[in-house]
Design a protein around this ligand. Structure first.
Ligand code: F6P
Length: 344
């Protein structure tokens, strides 16, 4: 048996821990283990893989990023892309594939599974918007970065009596903003799920000032819409193969900071955390869960179970069909969003 593993989409801390767990289980069963290079790009046109042995996995547990490389290549957007992947799997001699990724990567895996390809999945996304699972590789590490940044912004905001706007990742969901905001003591979070107006932002900040709070911390998700804040659509903004427009030029944090200064006269600074949230070593949970999920999904694969994703449910490891994981996206519930406003 030859088992392949790939990582697709944005990188995240904890991917290497998952690769290590899949690899160690595979190699100890006497099977071969290969890494697919650069996500689905490495399974097109014959494919590109690297053989991984036990030594190549040493140290992987604590390394950030992905040792295999990643891409946003989408076989579903390529003519006969799924057939191309199947032919590449055959050319590389891969008998079973572990795909690690978010809804884009796993939607390709789900389609391959429908066609009878022996594939299983592991959930990864710093956006935390995958349905069903209580845990996604990389989210906890990214939240830890947000919290550290907010702690640091607090001390400088307090010293200079400023408003600090912190822009975090989150295209369509505000999990990083809300969870980071709760743990980091944000005074206001602005997220895609619950759009608010610039007037409401100003009202919150003025109300805080009237209570004698001389500084405020605002966390805004990069994809948030704010009524009254002009964020022009950039027709030239690049789109990835899954149709997502790059949000890097949107600059919602900078624009919000400028608008707050204009509307309140309160000195304001903006910080964009960007890819700092995805880089660096995994926190404890992003070592333990990728290891547990990686072991579980590899055991399932050796038992001949395919088309499933290992997830966390009710605090333990569970399996669901790949199609369930990509059927919908998980959004921040109102009750969680409201926490920040109740303690600011
Ligand atoms: O993978 C999800 C994500 O981290 C989003 O939160 C963010 O908008 C996007 O990736 C950034 O993508 P890239 O690394 O391609 O700029």
């Amino acid at each position: 048996m030859r088992v392949g593993v790939l990582t697709g989409g944005g990188d995240a801390a904890g991917l290497n821990a998952a690769i290590r767990a899949v690899g160690r289980t595979t190699l100890r069963s006497g099977s071969e283990f290969v890494g697919v290079v650069n996500g689905w790009a490495g399974l097109l046109d014959g494919g590109e893989t690297i053989a991984l042995d036990d030594r190549s996995l040493i140290g992987a547990l604590r390394e950030g990023g992905t040792m295999l490389g990643s891409s946003r290549t989408n076989p579903l957007a390529i003519d006969r892309g799924l057939e191309n992947v199947e032919a590449s799997l055959a050319a590389q001699g891969i008998d079973a594939l572990v795909a690690i990724g978010g809804d884009d990567t796993l939607s390709v895996a789900a389609r391959l599974a429908e066609r009878g390809v022996p594939v299983v999945g592991l959930p990864k996304t710093v956006d935390f918007d995958l349905a069903v699972t209580e845990y996604c590789i990389g989210f906890d590490s990214a939240v830890a970065i947000v919290v550290e940044a907010l702690d640091r912004l607090h001390t400088t905001a307090a010293s200079h009596h400023r408003v600090m706007v912190c822009e975090v990742m989150g295209r369509a969901s505000g999990w990083l903003a809300v969870m980071g905001g709760i743990a980091g003591g944000a005074d206001l979070v602005v997220i895609p799920e619950f759009p608010i107006s610039l007037d409401q932002v100003v009202e919150v900040l003025n109300e805080r000032k009237s209570r004698g709070r001389m500084y405020s911390i605002v966390v805004v998700a990069e994809g948030a819409e704010i009524e009254g804040l002009h964020v022009p659509d950039d027709p030239a903004a690049p789109k990835d193969a899954f149709g997502h427009v790059s949000l890097s030029q949107r600059a919602v944090g900078e624009r919000l900071g400028g608008a707050i200064l204009h509307a309140t006269g309160h000195e304001t600074r903006a910080t964009v955390l960007g890819h700092v949230q995805r880089g660096g070593s995994p926190v404890v949970s992003d070592r333990i869960w990728p290891t547990r999920l990686g072991l579980a999904v590899t055991d399932a694969l050796f038992e001949g179970t395919f088309g499933i994703c290992a997830i966390v449910q009710d605090g333990g490891v569970a399996f669901v069909p790949l199609s369930d994981v990509v059927a919908s996206q998980k959004r921040v519930p109102r009750s969680l969003y409201d926490v920040v406003a109740r303690v600011n």
